[in-house]
Design a binder for this molecule. Structure first.
Ligand SMILES: [Zn+2]
Length: 226
């Protein structure tokens, strides 16, 4: 993934500022197209600020047609891209008008890779990776104008090392802990460290699910969890 950090480099409004949130408030990843044949983070930022009067660019990430990713805002920034759902969503925009063209292969690959890395970082499952149009109030909007079910299929655990047991650490462990907590299996602190409390929670989950009880999250347990 080729990411260029433009978080402090893009035009912003003279006085207006976006509100902020914690990463824990983020539940969705939203995909957009720019609905323009060309464009860039700089051009969209200028348009959003100068024409629409927004505090800054609407998207957290912009992916150009060659697959280059511009990082526009910290994830904590509540920028404008999905109306009432802004507070809970991260916005990714692919440059292009996909009502009349398709995403370029390198661009699509970059979108999948960026989305997967955000899913891991934020503990978000593929069911919560939505097209703009799939958010409440936006059925009328033809955005991102490519198939989100195809896109989500590409996210299916791909690239994920699927074996987590005592001593494992990292964003996937954190996602497992968050999911166990949501399901009521008290895994202890959500810290990304697979310790004894997490193992005990996995065992209780496996007993309830009627699958092999070993305290290890392999493909079967992962599949049941998510
Ligand atoms: Zn959109």
């Amino acid at each position: 993934m080729k990411i260029t950090d433009k978080r402090t480099a893009l035009p912003v409004h003279g006085t207006r500022r976006y509100r902020q949130r914690t990463q824990r408030q983020i539940q969705f990843i939203a995909l957009h197209h720019s609905a323009t044949v060309s464009g860039s983070a700089e051009a969209f930022a200028a348009y959003h600020v100068n024409q629409l009067g927004w505090p800054g660019i609407g998207y957290h990430y912009v992916i150009d047609k060659k697959g280059g990713i511009s990082w526009c805002h910290p994830l904590e920034t509540i920028s404008y891209h999905v109306g009432r759902s802004n507070g809970a969503a991260v916005g990714i925009c692919l440059v292009g008008d996909f009502r009349q063209e398709r995403p370029q292969p390198a661009q699509r690959t970059a979108a999948v890779e960026l989305t997967k890395s955000l899913m891991n970082e934020l503990g978000i499952t593929k069911e919560k990776v939505l097209g703009h149009q799939e958010f409440p109030g936006y059925q009328w909007k033809d955005c991102p104008a490519f198939s989100m079910s195809d896109f989500r299929r590409e996210l299916t655990n791909a690239g994920l090392k699927l074996l987590f047991s005592r001593g494992a650490t990292g964003p996937e462990v954190k996602a497992i802990q968050q999911r166990l907590k949501e399901l009521g299996y008290s895994p202890g602190p959500i810290d990304g460290i697979f310790g004894p409390q997490t193992a005990a929670a996995v065992i209780r989950f496996q007993q309830q699910a009627g699958i092999t009880v070993d305290g290890i999250v392999g493909p079967e347990t992962w599949g049941r969890l998510f």
